[in-house]
Write a protein that binds this ligand. Structure first.
Ligand code: DC
Length: 237
């Protein structure tokens, strides 16, 4: 039996999932997987190929290689070998990604890929919208992160500005609200908190506190499974 844990982190955009998930994965030398990056890659592909028919989109995704690689704190994304790390975060992709994520055939392909990624001997921290509910309903640790819409909008705007993209706070807020609505209302795998997930409101706690809450949950799960748990000093981050 591999001595590893599966940690599922779900929540809406800007809730702080990526920040905490990356730190936790780095501290434990676990594999970090940002599933949103996969839906973003598919969306970019659809924009580039300019297709709208759902069956055509699914066929295209079936024959496309999407590669994620976590290097120096960043998820590098490749579509058929081409680096698209920057392009998948564009406002254009942001405005279409929730619609593309509703397509059942696309989700089936990506969920299968996500499950395959857990077939290694390493523990895994996977973040998204449906990880604790659909991808790994048996995950050892489930976290559901939330934050107020104002906090989330400000965080996203800061990220845009750091990357040199000019966008108003109102536009960021509107995009987040519309994605929240589509992501949580869709028929297939909507964004919902798993009944056994621990909820963390990141408007109220600092990043080191969020990380500690998650690490405490992992510690408990490791204890339950009889797995040795060790984490390096939090101050390094
Ligand atoms: O985490 P993110 O904001 O980069 O995700 C982009 C979009 O991808 C999000 O609005 C909905 C979709 N998504 C999804 O449907 N299921 C996931 N597991 C992850 C993301």
């Amino acid at each position: 039996m591999p001595q590893k844990l599966i940690v599922a982190i779900d929540g809406p955009a800007g809730s702080g999932k990526s920040t905490s998930a990356k730190i936790v994965a780095q501290k434990l030398s676990y594999l970090y997987i940002d599933t949103g990056a996969m839906y973003r890659a598919v969306t970019l592909l659809v924009i580039r190929k300019n297709i709208s028919n759902k069956q055509d989109i699914v066929k295209l995704v079936e024959k496309t290689d999407i590669e994620l690689d976590f290097v120096d704190g960043e998820t590098k994304v490749k579509i058929n070998g081409q680096d698209v790390t920057k392009e998948i975060r564009s406002p254009e992709v942001n405005s279409m990604v929730s619609e593309i994520s509703k397509i059942e055939g696309v989700r089936t392909i990506l969920v299968n890929k996500q499950r395959e990624m857990s077939n290694s001997n390493r523990g895994i921290v996977m973040e998204g919208r449906d990880i604790g509910t659909v991808v790994f309903p048996e995950a050892d640790v489930k976290i559901f992160m939330t934050a107020s819409i104002d906090t989330r909008s400000e965080r996203r705007m800061k990220e845009y500005h750091e990357k040199g993209t000019t966008i108003s706070l109102e536009d960021v807020k509107e995009n987040l609200l519309s994605r929240d609505e589509i992501d949580s209302q869709r028929d297939v795998s909507p964004l919902i908190r798993a009944s056994d997930a621990v909820e963390v409101d990141t408007s109220k706690v600092s990043i080191p506190e969020q990380v500690n809450i998650i690490l405490e949950e992992i510690k408990k799960a490791a204890y339950r499974k009889g797995i040795k748990f060790s984490a390096v000093n939090l101050k390094e981050f």
